[in-house]
Design a protein around this ligand. Sequence first.
Ligand SMILES: Cc1cc2nc3c(=O)[nH]c(=O)nc-3n(C[C@H](O)[C@H](O)[C@H](O)COP(=O)(O)OP(=O)(O)OC[C@H]3O[C@@H](n4cnc5c(N)ncnc54)[C@H](O)[C@@H]3O)c2cc1C
Length: 475
Amino acid sequence: MTTEKLNLRTFDGGVVDIDLSLLETIPHKGRLRPGDPGYDDATLIWNGLIDKEPALVLRPENSDEVAFAVNLAREHRLLLSIKGGGHNISGLALVDGGMTLDMSLMRDIRVDPDQRLVHVGAGCLLGDVDRATQEHGLATTLGFVSETGVAGLTLGGGFGYLSRQFGFTVDDLVEVEIVTADGQIRPANREVEPDLFWAIRGGGGNYGVVTGFTYRLHDIGPDIVAGLIAWPATDHAEDVLAIYQEMTTTVPRELTLVCTTRLAPPAPFIPEVWHGKPIVAIVACHTGDPRQAEEDLAPLKAFGKPVADLIMPKTYVGQQSMLDATQPKGANYYWKTEFLPEVNDDFVAAFLANAEGIESPMSQMMMFHIAGAVNEHAEDDGAVGNRDAAFVAGAAGAWPGTDPEGEAYQHWVRSSWERIRPFSTGGNYINFQTTDDDVSRIESSYRGNYERLRRVKADYDPDNVFRVNRNLEPA
Ligand SMILES: Cc1cc2nc3c(=O)[nH]c(=O)nc-3n(C[C@H](O)[C@H](O)[C@H](O)COP(=O)(O)OP(=O)(O)OC[C@H]3O[C@@H](n4cnc5c(N)ncnc54)[C@H](O)[C@@H]3O)c2cc1C
């Protein structure tokens, strides 16, 4: 009788035959190979530019199954990737010919309104968490698109509409459970495994497979004032940018403003005559008192003749998913971004020059205001660093997979990036890096925290089992 074998790539550059009977710890429905029903879903990721085919996908349902998979990977030196929400632009969730751990079946959420904490399974998406916590009028700091994975976003630092008030996502992170390269299931927090907890607060998937996250919660919503307002760019871009510059130095932390320029999408809320024409838009999210919101937002509401004004009372959950449709899964994406200490006149000129060059119907120049609580922690409070950042800004290239102009759109991203790089703090957000960002870009994401991250990596993952990520080589 022959036993069925599976060829898997190793991180030494070889291939091993794994006896399929070895996988029996994982229930049958949690083991997928190309061609199996469910395989395509389990390997679907956001960026259509990425084309990878794992030889095996394991879908663990609990921490013991994760530990089993990590032991298997370490013992056989398998190339291992971890998939949270599959939103990483570099496609790091998947590994060609290797083994992918798809965490999407670990999606439990438990809100503890008395302790003001939420316990989140590693397969959750942002929308899962927002919906559960908002039932209690509570929220933690998460990003702007509800289909993003909680795990990847948190482990890279995380920012969103609440960052000005509460900091990076990791500033709300109280504890994790993590399976490290030795197969141990460990809690980590500021007191227990403090170095590990420090490293995972920004260091990504380098230190193990996180199985659960516990976050601090804050009173937010459920009703807030928020939305998007857009004007024709040709007549209004300079004035809108001037208002944006002014407002981001004066408004309270309850108000976050995101500025973007693009060709108007064929959305029902934009009159048809504007579709495909350049617009400048501000996305606003005010989580404070509604009367205060009216006052704080007045300069935007009063300016010019918008092509659309959707800033209004709405739910926080609604705001958190408002941009989902602008980021469809499976389109092609290529970004370059920087952290900025400020938005000055020269930066605005560069931003607008880049905007004029936009040709793809989906690309945009964008900047997020994050100044506030993120700046109040020590630079080494968590590996995330970049505590001197007031904005995240960059060129976000996007186009349908069928568009033959892909290379030209990527060229626009790169040349736009060259124009804005001189205004950077010197740091860039690890979670926005693309496949062609090299080690020097990783280093500049962490700056003063980089060498310590590599030392902690050597302590917890000396063989670099967790290498399919923005990798930190063990020191
Ligand atoms: C449309 C869009 C909007 C975004 N908006 C924001 C935003 O507002 N704020 C923000 O901060 N970021 C934002 N991001 C960036 C986002 O944080 C990253 O793309 C992040 O990697 C997504 O996490 P994921 O779990 O979906 O990714 P995946 O691709 O599934 O995973 C990415 C990497 O995370 C690690 N990882 C995932 N799960 C685990 C785990 N359980 N244990 C250990 N490591 C793990 C692995 O190294 C994996 O390779 C956005 C991205 C997109 C595409």
